[in-house]
Design a protein around this ligand. Sequence first.
Ligand code: CS2
Length: 423
Amino acid sequence: MNTPAPSDVGRLVHLGIGNFARAHTLVATQRAGGWSVSAFTGRTAAMADALNAQDGQYGLIVRGAEDDEVSIVDVIDEVHPADDVDALVRLVADPFTAVVTLTITEKGYAAGNDPATSAPARLALGLKARREAGVTDPIALVSCDNLTGNGDVLREAVLAAADEETRTWFAGHVDVISTMVDRITPSADEGAAALVTERTGLADTVPVVTEPFTEWVVQDSFRGRRPEWEKAGVQLTDDLELHELRKLRLLNGAHTLMAYAGQVAGLERVDEAIRHREVRALVEQLWSEARSTLDLPAADLDAYTAALEERFRNPRLADNLIRIAADGSAKLPVRALPVIAELGGPEKAPGEVAAVAAWTAWVTERVRAGHEVKDPQAEAIAAAAVLENTTDRISALLDLLDVPAVDPLVDAVIAEEKRLPRP
Ligand code: CS2
């Protein structure tokens, strides 16, 4: 086991400061104490102006089934728009910066090698500057996105964009850390800002609403300084993979299934979906399949799914299915397809196939009704969804998921689409 090297002070650079990071990663960093955060936005640069205008502070509403706890998070020094490459390069090259955390979503890792579109490519430029500045202190890149082996995915994306000298320098100076992150964080509702002001006095245009549950399991392989996240209940481990798979396949897998099947059935929120008899039956089916791929004691898995059910049922959280429905083409290959493959094919995994079928049904309905589908492959989805012939339509949609042998899946998805609950 590596010796953890927590430290009293340092700078953490965060890429992709959306609601999730502000409910999770930054809250833990504030609790660790001592560290300051320089953040970069995701695609919405407006978050930079909003947070800078309130000195980086924001209200955090922890919304339990019974009541709200409201506090102010005050750990951010400065926020820059995502495309401020000069600021990122300056900050990564500074020896005081020891950690970079990322919440750039699944699609952020496949955004190519152009710094204009890709956070890993911008990071590669920052590392080049750190190398050229002769900084010897190790820096850790910590992925906080819902991908299996997210650190490995990050390393590959950064190295693919890096120049040769930086690639050679990398192993000696950069640690890439996988983590499992978990906290359900819906879009803030309209009353959130007023609630923050009422309880704390802060005039807040960008409050965060989140659930009480929070979990962060971090691979224990830092050579350099890092915040003392243990103080915030973060677990450091040498064995991350099962934590990742359990969360991705049970929580995120069920989320994705509910997002599409729920909306096809005419529902709007997660708590409605988990209470809907037929959608819930699909979730149970998906859970039993996903569980059988996880090498964990049945009692652990029972407790885990029971806790998930309670989180999903939180009647006050108002987590909209449309939030989770974004980026399906990037999520299904992580959450559902590996289970189908591991179980030996679609006929062995009808619940996972239902998640895929609910996606094909939902994108088809959305596109045909003239609505936007938020997805990195939105154009190709729109073109596929209007194909008249069902086999052509499903094949074209599944092609976007990068499924290796699609034929049996096409037929299974066509059959499951017909069985989905409707309003
Ligand atoms: C959700 C996640 O958007 C999604 O796809 O499944 O944001 C989920 O809420 C988080 O991973 C919970 O930790």
